[in-house]
Write a new protein. Structure first.
Length: 612
């Protein structure tokens, strides 16, 4: 085994080791207690219990809606896990570390294609893994979790010009996270446009267009279908020429590669573009601007009166992704270092294919502005910058750090005699200190970051409540304004009427029904008469009513930013609570209670319906 191959295996193994260690840290949090679920997984995983038991969530608006949003590959994957006996919630906890390892493998491979120095591969993997575990994408086990290994796989096969690999990666990416297929497609289009073959085809097209126009002006209309110089004859010549040119174009390996990959991308993205959730249409910019849900304090904050915040750092609207660790931003120095190859000799070994990083960012930037132009039709603009930037900066930063370390090592090497040529001692010390500082900041980042790894796992704190509802019939529906209702579909596998976590306002058909439910429940919950509660029970077939004991305090509604979105119902509720007239449900808390634990009381709907 050669020394270079040994070094590659060492750094590659070390990359996988760090990825596995980070994954184990995440698993410790995932299995800290019996009832634990990742925040975003509450939306995208709970309905998959239908794969285990088809009788769950019958006619459930929320479950049906989120199931309709799931990409085909994503839902099929979890269905397969369920067939194999792995519960969807369990699969969502075990999956992220595995996806992290796959992303690490392709990240190392991409880096080695750009700069064949194994240390660079390790640095890229370390930065990428640290960045992934400081954000909730990978740990969520939602469609976003799959995009990183698949996107990196696509880049790897694109760099190596492996046709089968790129087509498979694009197909899978389209099945799990179609938005990123647009970025790959954009890169392929850029390469075709910049290719000499397409430029030559365009020139021939222009030449034949001139020929066709000349022939048309020289031929009489009465005899348009005959003669050597007839338009029809010239048109046939034109088509044959273009056909021959296209055939010649596809004979070129690079152009053929890009064209075939684009065809695959189009094939996988078309069904997604034509797909209807059944809950449309997608909300328009004008509609969203008028809704408090999209402004600060709302459920899906997008707009902001501060233009700098809106365009720069807005979570859903901004162009600058909040990427960590800080060292990942060293990637922006790569173009600067490339100007000084004499000072940083390792730069000369960077492959020319590194232009792919620039192409990705150009396409991502274009899609970012396109998403703003047709707001919500291409989903959220920031998604086109955040994910690609994380990958590109991790790769670019690894090149920068490796180049800087190499330059520092070169400075501390003992030069040949005579003594007068030796590097001043203080410069050697400075180089050594720089190496130690950079290496320490890179490897030890998780140790001085208390929140690493960030998981946003939400522990269930009311186990008796979940177990009570688990014992009830599978087709029950639970009405509640309590935040704990968000956990019931996951931990109890029972339907709820509303829940903040499920209040996504992007599809008008869904949110119109959902917001009406919220308004109806607020009115019924704080009505002085039981008629409102009875109407709600009949309208939505509610079986149980989960109430927090503090729900009849005015501040319970007044300080709840989510409930305050629904006006005038929320303000009317506060007024009634302050005046002491919102007592219909309150006065039956003891009479209709069928279960109590902590601050929660479960009321039976039949009792409320018949109560006086």
């Amino acid at each position: 085994m050669t020394a270079n191959k040994t070094r590659t295996i060492f750094w590659f193994s070390l990359s996988l080791t760090f990825s596995a260690l980070y994954g184990l840290m995440v698993l410790q949090k995932a299995f800290k207690s019996e009832y634990v679920v990742q925040d975003d997984a509450r939306q995208h995983i709970f309905w998959m219990q239908r794969f285990v038991d088809g009788q769950l969530f019958p006619g459930d608006l929320i479950a049906d809606y989120f199931q309709s949003l799931a990409p085909a590959g994503y839902s099929s994957f979890y269905r397969l896990m369920a067939v194999c006996g792995i519960d969807p919630l369990l699969a969502s906890k075990l999956l992220p570390p595995v996806l992290g390892l796959v992303a690490t493998i392709y990240c190392f491979g991409c880096t080695m294609e750009l700069l064949p120095v194994p240390l660079a591969g390790f640095v890229a993997c370390l930065l990428l893994n640290q960045s992934l575990w400081m954000k909730f994408d990978l740990v969520s086990a939602t469609p976003r979790a799959f995009l990183y290994p698949l996107f990196l796989a696509a880049l790897y096969y694109l760099l190596r010009q492996e046709l089968f690999g790129i087509c498979a990666a694009i197909a899978l990416l389209g099945l799990f996270y179609p938005q990123l297929v647009l970025i790959i497609s954009g890169v392929l289009v850029l390469r075709l446009i910049s290719g000499q073959g397409l430029k030559s085809s365009y020139k021939i097209w222009q030449g034949n267009a001139v020929t066709l126009k000349g022939a048309a002006t020289q031929t009489k209309p009465a005899f348009a279908g005959s003669g050597e110089n007839s338009p029809s004859k010239s048109y046939l010549i034109f088509l044959r020429t273009i056909g021959a040119r296209l055939q010649s174009l596809l004979q070129k390996k690079d152009d053929r590669f890009s064209t075939i990959a684009l065809v695959v991308a189009f094939a996988v993205i078309l069904p997604y573009a034509l797909k209807s959730t059944g809950y449309g249409p997608v909300i328009t910019r004008a509609e969203a601007i008028a809704m408090p849900e999209f402004w600060p304090g709302g459920r899906s904050v997008f707009f902001n009166s501060n233009p700098i915040y809106f365009w720069a750092i807005g979570e859903r609207s901004g162009i600058l992704p909040p990427l960590l660790p800080p060292l990942i931003w060293l990637g922006i120095l790569l173009p600067i270092l490339q100007r000084y190859p004499d000072r940083f000799p390792l730069i000369r070994q960077i492959d020319k294919r590194a232009k792919l990083l620039v192409e990705i960012m150009v396409v991502s930037l274009g899609l970012f502005f396109a998403a703003h132009a047709v707001l919500f039709r291409l989903y959220l603009p920031s998604r086109y910058m955040e994910h690609s930037s994380r990958v590109v900066l991790a790769l670019a930063a690894s090149l920068v750090i490796t180049i800087l370390l190499d330059a520092a090592f070169q400075r501390i090497k003992l030069p040949p005699k005579p003594e007068a040529q030796r590097l001043p001692q203080q410069k050697k010390i400075l180089s050594i200190a720089s190496i130690l500082l950079l290496s320490g900041a890179l490897v030890l980042y998780p140790t001085y970051t208390k929140s690493f790894p960030r998981t946003n796992y939400r522990p269930g704190r009311v186990a008796p409540l979940y177990e009570f509802f688990q014992q009830q019939p599978k087709d029950i529906s639970i009405a509640s304004l309590a935040g704990e209702a968000n956990s019931l579909p996951t931990f109890s596998q029972r339907s709820i009427l509303i829940g903040k976590e499920y209040a996504l306002p992007y599809h008008v058909g869904y949110y119109r029904q959902f917001s009406q439910r919220v308004r109806d429940l607020i009115r019924a919950h704080y009505s002085p008469e039981l008629a409102e509660a009875r109407n709600l029970i009949e309208k939505y077939d509610v079986d149980f009513w989960l109430v927090e004991r503090g729900a009849f305090n005015p501040e319970y509604v007044a300080k709840n930013k989510w409930l305050q979105q629904y006006q005038p119902e929320a303000s009317i509720a506060v007024d009634r609570l302050e005046s002491g007239t919102a007592e219909a449900i309150a006065r039956l808390m003891e009479t209709c209670a069928v279960f109590e634990t902590g601050n929660f009381v479960v009321l039976e709907s039949n009792c409320l319906r018949n109560g006086e």
